[in-house]
Design a binder for this molecule. Structure first.
Ligand code: FES
Length: 143
């Protein structure tokens, strides 16, 4: 049985997150502790679930600032409920899809660069992010 309050060592052991990372997350406002009478950090058991969400979000590749923003948006900064997690994971899935789309596009554009070497601001889609000719496909379009 998990006690209602955990020391930083107990939290690290149960969550698989290093003590240094826990301190870092706390400094960034992702998790909170209270002080014991001996001035030691004590974490509510619910922090374990919060850490699970943070770890999954990091695996998805979300920056900590974005994770903190999502957690802050929960009422009273609560630990995500099942419904919260469904909503967050659905939103993060969409972000992952968007990133996959961007990376796929970059990979395809890089295909056009292989063997080209022009690095032209006009012709190379990787040099020119606002490339008006991107719709025409990767690679040089001007001879
Ligand atoms: S180097 Fe990128 S299209 Fe030529």
């Amino acid at each position: 049985m998990i006690p209602n309050e955990l020391s930083v060592g107990e939290l690290a052991e149960r969550s698989g997150v290093a003590v240094s990372a826990l301190h870092f997350y706390e400094a960034k406002g992702l998790i909170q502790s209270v002080r014991s009478s001996g001035n030691q950090r004590r974490y509510a058991r619910s922090v374990l679930r919060r850490l699970a969400v943070i770890k999954v979000a990091q695996r998805v590749g979300l920056p900590l600032a974005e994770i903190a923003k999502a957690l802050d948006a929960l009422p009273s900064g609560r630990t995500p409920t099942v419904a919260d997690w469904r909503r967050l994971s659905a939103a993060w899935k969409q972000e992952l899809e968007d990133r996959i789309k961007t990376l796929t596009q970059l990979r395809d554009q890089l295909d056009g660069c292989i063997g080209c070497g022009c690095l032209s601001l006009k012709a190379c889609p990787l040099r020119n992010a606002q490339d008006a000719m991107a719709e025409e496909g990767a690679g040089p379009h001007f001879k």
